[in-house]
Design a protein around this ligand. Structure first.
Ligand SMILES: Nc1nc2c(c(=O)[nH]1)N[C@H]1C(S)=C(S)[C@@H](COP(=O)(O)OP(=O)(O)OC[C@H]3O[C@@H](n4cnc5c(=O)[nH]c(N)nc54)[C@H](O)[C@@H]3O)O[C@H]1N2
Ligand SMILES: Nc1nc2c(c(=O)[nH]1)N[C@H]1C(S)=C(S)[C@@H](COP(=O)(O)OP(=O)(O)OC[C@H]3O[C@@H](n4cnc5c(=O)[nH]c(N)nc54)[C@H](O)[C@@H]3O)O[C@H]1N2
Ligand code: SF4
Ligand SMILES: [Mo]
Length: 915
C-alpha cells in the first residue's frame, strides 16, 4: 500500500492551516508500531496510530498514545555539550565543536598511548540503524577495536545465539500475521500484556474470533498474560530447558513428532533423544514444580498438528541458560515441523525498537554487518572491502559486562556510552559504578537530563531523540520502517550518527587522514545505502531497499528481493547452515548461577510494568504514565508477607550477595510463595541506594554472554524504620526532582518521584526522628517554611504542613504522622478538598482513600472498577458504564484479572456457605 511521507491534514478534529502529519514509528518496544505525528508551528501536537502500518493497523498502547507528552525542549533535555575539568568538578556547558574536538583528541591520544583496545563503545538497541552503522565503522574501521557492544547484550543476545545455533542465522522466522493464524500459542518468559501490548491485543482478538485457539503461558508469576492463558505453567524460575525437554519427551512418546521433517531437514535428533529420555514429565514435575499432567497437556496442544507458534522474551533470554532455553524451545518446532508455515514458528519478540537493526548492522562485539562474524577472517575481509579499508581488527571485542570488567582491570581506559543508562540497567551496580569511577574518560551521549549515568561523564554529548531523528528501524518481524524527524532537535542536540560522524572525521584527521572520506556522508540516506550493501547476498539481504521505496511502498520485511519482502522464512525447509539442515543440540538443564542458601533463600526476579519504560528517562515525563504504578515496591505472596511479619505497605530490606535496597512490600497472589519480584525501572535517580540492580546477578550465559537478570538469590526482612515523612509539591517534576535528589543520599529509605498528581513526591524513613533542623530543611525544600496550615509537634518529631494556592493544594509535608497522606494526595490529584484541613492534620477526620489508576486513557481507578464488579458488571458492563478499556485497551488484561480475582473470592465465600 502506498505510504506518503507527509500528509496534509484535513480540517477535521481541530487541524489548522499549516499543520503537518508525518509517519514514523513508536520509539519504545520492538513491536514497532507505526505512528502519525501531528506537528504545528514546529511542535508536536498529537501522536496517533498509523492505520496503514502493518505492525499495528492504527492501534497504540498506553505508552505510544502518551508520546506527545514526552516531547520536551527544556531542562528535561540535555541541551548542550558539557565538560568537567576534573572528577569532582561541576559540569560546564561548552560549544559542541569544542566537545567534539575534546572527544577526538582523547580517543587519538588513547589509541596512540595504549592501543585501540583501550577504547570501549557501549551503545543501545534504541539507536537507529544509521546510528549503529556509523558507530560501528568508527570503532572497527577507524579506531581499530572490536570493543563495541550494546545493551542488547542484556536483552536479545541469547535469542541471537539460539537462532544461530539451531537454524544457522539470526532471523525470527515468523511474522505478526501468524498471531491470527496459530492454533496453539506457547508464550514463554514473556509478559506480552505489559511489554508488547499491541501484539497482545491482536492475540486477544484472534482467540475471540477462533475460540479453539489454545494459549499456554510459561512464567513463574501469574502475570496478566498468564491470566489470559488456557494453561499457565508456573515453573520454578530457570527450569525452562527441563520443561521443553519434557514436552518433547511426551511428543515423541505419543507419536506427535514429524519424523519425515526431522529426517529431511535436520541433524542431531537422535543424539538429543538420548538426553531427552531422561526428562519424562514425572521427573520434570519435580524440577519445574508443575504437575506432570499439565506438562503432558502442553505437549499435546503443541503437538496437535495444528499450527504452533511460540512467543518468547526475557524469561528465556536473561538466564545463564539463555541460549539453551532458546535452543530447547526451537527443538519443539523442528521436531514437529512447525516452522516456515502460516501460524507457526519460534518467534522471539524483540525488546527494544531497533535491537533487530543493531543485529543487522553488526553493532555488537560478536557481530559484523550483514550477519557476519568478526571471528571469521573471510567475513572481516568482506566488511573491510565494503567499508573501503585494508583490514578490520581480529582481537575479540569485549561484550557489555566484559567492557566494564576491562575498565576495572585497567585495559579499557575510555568508555563512550550512547543511548543507554548502564548506571541503572546493568547488574551488580556496585561494580559498574566502580568501573565508571575508575575509567580514565567517560563520554555519555544522552538526550534526557538526570539519568544515573550522566554524573559519571567527563564529557556529555547532547543527543537528538525521537521525534527529532530520521532513519530506519527493524521490528520483531524483520520489518524495516522509516522513522521521520517531525521537529528539529532542541539546543545543540544532534542525531547520534551525526555526533559519531563528527568525532570520526576529527579522529581521522589526527590518526588516519586517508580514512576521513569514509565518513563523508551528507545525510542519513547515504549511511543507509552503505549499510544495505553489507546485506547483499546474505540471508537478510535487503540491499535493494532505499528510503524512496520505504516511503513509497511502506515498511518491508527482509529478505527483500525483486521488489518483494518475505513474510516467513524456511518455508522450503532449507536452513542457512553449511549443509542446509537445521540442528538439534544436545543441551541439558542446569540451575541458575546464584545459589539459594539459608542466608539467601529467596529467588528474586525482575521485569517490566505496563506504563514505564526501562530507566524511565522518557516515560517519567508523561504524567498519565505515572498513574498506573507510581512508586517502586517489592512484591511477595501474601502468605510470605505473613511469614515474614510484614504488612502490605511496610518497609522491607532486600539483600543479595551484592547489595541491598529498602522498599515497601506489596501482596501479589500471582507470585509463588517464597518468591520475590521487583520492577526493573527505578534506579538511584529515584530511590536511595543503587536501585534495583544493586541486587542483580552478573553471572552470564557462556554462549551469549547475557546476564541472568531474571534470577538472584535474596533475603528479605522487615526494615525497622518507623519514623517516616511524606511530601508533595506542585510544579515541573523534572526541576523538582533535581532539587529534592540530595535527600536520596540521606536516608536508608527514600524515594523522589514524579507524582501521578503532577509535581513531585518525596518519601523518606529512618530509625528515629531526625533533628529539628533536618525537619526544617525538609520543609524548606518543599517551600513549606511558610504554610497555610501548620500542625507541628517537634518534640515528637512530628511536622504537618499544608500550603494551598488558588483553592487547590500547592504542597504538603507530613513527618512522623502520615495519617493524612492519602487524603492530601487525592486532593493534590484534583479530588475533593478535605472538610477541614486542620482537623485532617490533627487526625480528627479522615479523607477519602486513594486508588490506583488502572485505565490510563479514560482515567478509571481500581476502586471504581471493583465497585463496578461488586455491582455485577462483567468486562463489557465495565466498559460501557465506566469506559475503562475502551481507549487503547492496554488495561483490559488487568480489568479481566480483577474480575477473575473477585469471582474466586465470591466462589470461596459461596463454597463456605452451609448447604
Ligand atoms: N512497558 C514496557 N514494555 C517494554 C519494555 C519496558 O521497559 N516497558 N521494554 C522492552 C524491552 S527492551 C524488552 S527486552 C521487553 C521484555 O519483555 P518481557 O520479557 O515480556 O518482560 P519482563 O517483564 O522483563 O519479563 C517477562 C517475564 O519473564 C518471567 N520470568 C522470570 N524468570 C523466568 C524463567 O525462568 N522462565 C520463564 N519462562 N519466565 C521467567 C517474569 O516473571 C516476567 O513476567 O519488553 C519491551 N517492552
Ligand atoms: N534487573 C533488570 N535489569 C535489566 C533488565 C531486566 O529485565 N531486569 N532488562 C535489561 C534490558 S532487556 C534492557 S533492553 C536494558 C535497558 O536499559 P537501558 O538501555 O539502560 O534503558 P533506557 O532507560 O531505555 O536507556 C536509554 C537511555 O538513552 C537515552 N536516550 C533516549 N533516546 C536517545 C537517543 O535518541 N539518543 C541518545 N544518545 N540517547 C537517548 C534515554 O534518556 C536513556 O537514558 O535494561 C536491562 N536491565
Ligand atoms: S506496543 Fe506500545 S510501546 Fe510498543 S511500539 Fe506499539 S505503541 Fe509503542
Ligand atoms: Mo530489552
Amino acid at each position: 500500500m502506498p505510504l506518503r511521507r507527509i500528509v496534509p491534514l484535513s480540517n477535521e478534529g481541530g487541524a489548522h492551516e499549516g499543520d503537518r502529519e508525518l509517519r514514523s514509528v513508536c520509539c519504545y518496544c520492538g513491536t514497532g508500531c507505526g505512528v502519525r505525528v501531528q506537528v504545528r508551528d514546529g511542535a508536536v501536537l498529537r501522536v496517533r496510530g498509523d492505520e496503514d502500518h502493518p505492525a499495528n493497523h492504527g492501534k497504540l498502547c498506553s505508552k505510544g498514545l502518551a508520546l506527545a507528552d514526552t516531547v520536551r525542549r527544556d531542562g528535561a533535555r540535555v541541551l548542550s555539550a558539557q565538560w568537567r575539568e576534573s572528577r569532582g568538578a561541576a559540569h560546564q556547558d561548552i560549544a559542541l565543536d569544542q566537545a567534539l574536538d575534546i572527544a577526538a583528541q582523547k580517543l587519538a591520544d588513547t589509541i596512540l598511548t595504549h592501543g585501540p583496545d583501550a577504547l570501549g563503545f557501549y551503545l543501545s538497541g534504541q539507536l537507529l540503524t544509521e546510528d549503529y552503522a556509523v558507530f560501528n565503522k568508527l570503532a572497527r574501521a577507524l579506531a581499530g577495536t572490536n570493543n563495541i557492544d550494546t545493551n542488547s547484550r542484556l536483552c536479545m543476545s541469547s535469542a541471537v545465539s539460539g537462532y544461530k545455533r539451531t537454524l544457522g542465522a539470526d532471523a525470527p522466522p515468523a511474522c505478526y500475521d501468524d498471531l491470527d493464524l496459530a492454533d496453539t500459542v506457547l508464550i514463554a518468559g514473556s509478559n506480552m500484556a505489559y511489554a508488547h501490548p499491541v501484539l497482545f491485543r491482536r492475540l486477544e482478538a484472534a482467540r475471540a474470533r477462533r475460540p479453539g485457539m489454545k494459549v499456554i503461558v510459561v512464567d513463574p508469576r501469574r502475570t496478566d498474560t498468564a491470566a489470559f492463558a488456557d494453561l499457565h505453567l508456573p515453573i520454578a524460575p530457570g527450569t525452562d530447558v527441563a520443561l521443553f525437554h519434557a514436552m518433547l519427551h511426551v511428543m515423541v512418546r505419543e507419536g506427535r513428532i514429524n519424523r519425515a521433517y526431522i529426517d529431511r531437514h535436520t541433524d542431531g535428533f537422535d543424539t538429543l533423544m538420548h538426553t531427552v529420555e531422561a526428562y519424562p514429565p514425572t521427573v520434570v514435575q519435580d524440577i519445574c514444580g508443575v504437575p506432570a499432567a499439565d506438562i503432558i497437556q502442553a505437549a499435546r496442544w503443541f503437538g496437535s498438528g495444528g499450527a504452533a507458534l511460540s512467543l518468547y522474551t526475557m524469561g528465556l533470554n536473561q538466564s545463564t541458560q539463555g541460549t539453551d532455553k532458546n535452543t530447547a524451545l526451537i527443538h519443539l518446532h523442528l521436531a514437529t515441523g512447525q516452522i516456515g508455515k502460516p501460524g507457526a514458528g519460534p518467534f522471539s519478540l524483540t525488546g527494544q525498537p531497533n535491537a533487530m537493526g543493531g543485529r543487522e548492522a553488526g553493532g555488537m562485539a560478536t557481530l559484523l554487518p550483514g550477519h557476519r562474524d568478526p571471528a571469521v577472517a573471510q567475513d572481516r575481509a568482506e566488511v573491510a572491502a565494503l567499508w573501503g579499508v585494508d583490514r578490520l581488527p581480529d582481537t575479540p571485542g569485549a561484550t557489555a559486562l566484559e567492557l566494564f570488567d576491562a575498565v576495572l582491570e585497567g585495559r579499557v581506559k575510555v568508555l563512550w556510552i550512547a543511548a543507554t543508562n548502564p548506571a541503572q540497567s546493568l547488574p551488580d551496580q556496585a561494580r559498574v559504578r566502580a568501573a565508571l569511577e575508575q575509567a580514565e574518560f567517560v563520554i555519555v551521549q544522552e538526550a534526557f537530563a538526570g539519568t544515573e549515568t550522566l554524573p559519571y561523564a567527563d564529557l556529555v554529548l547532547p543527543a537528538a531523540t525521537w521525534p527529532e531523528k530520521s532513519g530506519t528501524v527493524t521490528n520483531s518481524e524483520r520489518r524495516v520502517s522509516r522513522v521521520h524527524a517531525a521537529v528539529s532537535p532542541p539546543g545543540d542536540a544532534q542525531p547520534d550518527w551525526r555526533l559519531a560522524q563528527a568525532v570520526a572525521q576529527r579522529l581521522a584527521a589526527r590518526i588516519a587522514p586517508d580514512k576521513a572520506a569514509a565518513f563523508a556522508y551528507r545525510d542519513e540516506s547515504e549511511v543507509f545505502a552503505e549499510h544495505v550493501r553489507t546485506t547483499a547476498g546474505r540471508d537478510l539481504d535487503y540491499s535493494a531497499l532505499d528510503y524512496g521505496i520505504l516511503d513509497r511502498d511502506g515498511p518491508q520485511q527482509w529478505p527483500y528481493r525483486a521488489g518483494q519482502g518475505t513474510a516467513r522464512l524456511y518455508a522450503d525447509g532449507a536452513f542457512p547452515t553449511p549443509n542446509g539442515r537445521a540442528r538439534f543440540c544436545d543441551v541439558r538443564y542446569l540451575p541458575p548461577a546464584d545459589a539459594l542458601t539459608p542466608d539467601f533463600p529467596m529467588p528474586l526476579t525482575t521485569g517490566r510494568l505496563r506504563d514505564h519504560w526501562h530507566t524511565m528517562a522518557r516515560t517519567s515525563l508523561a504524567r498519565v504514565l505515572t498513574q498506573h504504578v507510581e512508586e517502586p515496591w517489592l512484591s511477595l505472596h501474601p502468605d510470605t508477607l505473613q511469614r515474614l511479619g510484614l504488612a502490605s505497605g511496610a518497609l522491607a530490606r532486600l539483600r543479595s550477595r551484592r547489595g541491598s535496597v529498602v522498599l515497601p512490600v506489596q501482596a501479589d497472589e500471582g507470585l509463588q510463595r517464597g518468591h520475590a519480584f521487583l520492577p526493573m525501572h527505578w534506579g538511584s535517580a529515584y530511590m536511595a541506594g543503587l536501585g534495583v540492580n544493586a541486587l542483580a546477578s552478573p553471572a552470564t550465559d557462556p554462549f551469549s554472554r547475557q546476564p541472568e537478570l531474571k534470577f538472584s538469590a535474596v533475603a528479605v526482612e522487615p526494615a525497622a524504620l518507623p519514623w517516616q515523612a511524606s511530601g508533595w509539591l506542585q510544579g515541573d517534576s523534572v526541576a523538582l526532582r533535581a532539587r529534592l535528589a540530595p535527600w536520596l543520599r540521606r536516608f536508608d529509605y527514600a524515594v523522589v518521584l514524579p507524582s501521578s498528581a503532577g509535581g513531585v513526591r518525596i518519601r523518606v524513613a529512618a530509625a528515629q526522628a531526625p533533628d529539628n533542623d533536618v525537619l526544617a530543611e525538609l520543609a524548606q525544600s518543599l517551600d513549606l517554611c511558610q504554610a497555610d496550615v501548620v500542625f507541628d509537634d517537634l518534640a515528637q518529631g512530628k511536622l504537618r504542613r499544608v500550603a494551598v494556592a488558588e483553592g487547590g493544594l500547592r504542597a504538603f509535608l507530613l513527618a512522623g504522622d502520615l495519617r493524612a497522606q492519602d487524603a492530601l494526595l487525592s486532593w493534590a490529584a484534583g479530588g475533593k478538598a478535605p472538610a477541614s484541613v486542620s482537623a485532617l492534620l490533627a487526625g480528627r477526620i479522615s479523607g477519602p482513600a486513594r486508588s490506583r489508576t488502572v485505565c490510563a486513557c479514560i482515567g478509571v481507578s481500581e476502586s471504581a472498577i471493583l465497585a463496578g464488579i461488586a455491582r455485577g458488571c462483567d468486562l463489557d458492563g465495565l466498559k460501557s458504564t465506566l469506559g475503562c478499556g475502551t481507549g487503547c485497551g492496554s488495561c483490559v488484561p488487568e480489568v479481566r484479572a480483577l474480575i477473575a480475582r473477585a469471582s474466586t473470592r465470591v466462589d470461596i465465600c459461596q463454597a463456605r456457605q452451609p448447604v
